[in-house]
Design a protein around this ligand. Sequence first.
Ligand code: 0X9
Ligand code: ZN
Length: 300
Amino acid sequence: SMSWNRYYNLDNINAWLEDLKDAYPNIVTLITGGQSYEGRAIKGIKLSHGSGRRAIFIEGGIHSREWISPATVCYIINELLTSDDRETKAAATDFDWYIFPVVNPDGYVWSHEVDRMWRKNRRPFGSEFGVDLNRNWNSNWLVAGSTSNPASNNFAGLGPFSEPESRSLSAYLRTIGDQIDLYLSFHSHGHLLLLPFGNTTEPLANYWDAINIGKRAMGALSVRYGTNYATGNIAEAIYLATGGSIDWVKEHLNVPLVYCYELRDDGTYGFLLPEEQILPNNEEVMDSLLELIHQAKRFG
Ligand code: 0X9
Ligand code: ZN
């Protein structure tokens, strides 16, 4: 089992997912979102208490140095399987859950073994390495906040879905897209809840519903430890950035509620969030997730 006072590497996380399948064989199925550039499986877990349910999809670790993201996603899995809380149990049983803690496994291994601040995948381009997998999705690709320079941390790749990680995960998503009521992407850092789109501050799609629901959820997040998250679309709350996963999910799968969390902290420690903060971060996010689910039920 996992404790919530340390960060785990890719092997630890994948072994834990296997353990869960053995411990909860009637609920847990192991799923794969394809393979990385270096050939690692993108491992995930499906939790289901029966057929015909609407779905919630969660993706973590698309930026490898944001270690609190996989830690949060693993905590959510653990809560859904083990919590005695009535609301959490209802959330677990009322939806099918598709959860991928580390969708950039090559980068995550690199950030643990070689360069703690590694963000991208590990495809080589001459002497440079890596595509920003949150610029490579086929939604306004290379339009803003991205570059065609492989040396940049915002390198969008040679074309939309040029990378196996984003291409195969999107292919998986297409197979279940019409079931999904809520899609979450976990990043750090900044205390933000972001919604599409990253190319414009225009209130597109169901902007006002998404904003109001997001603000309610961030109210729930703040109760336990007083952490204040701002809610806004990507372009208004952080910066212009296109080719990200949530924009593609919103544009191509029409999922009603789609958010990107920028988790702890506010910049004091940045990506190097101290291990003492893992548990409080995870708890407050779980509080907000239950509020999001409560609201998502209106759309199902
Ligand atoms: O730049 C990013 O990809 C995200 N910030 S981070 O510091 N974690 O790198 C913001 C992502 C906004 N979402 C989309 N552009 N879809
Ligand atoms: Zn990120």
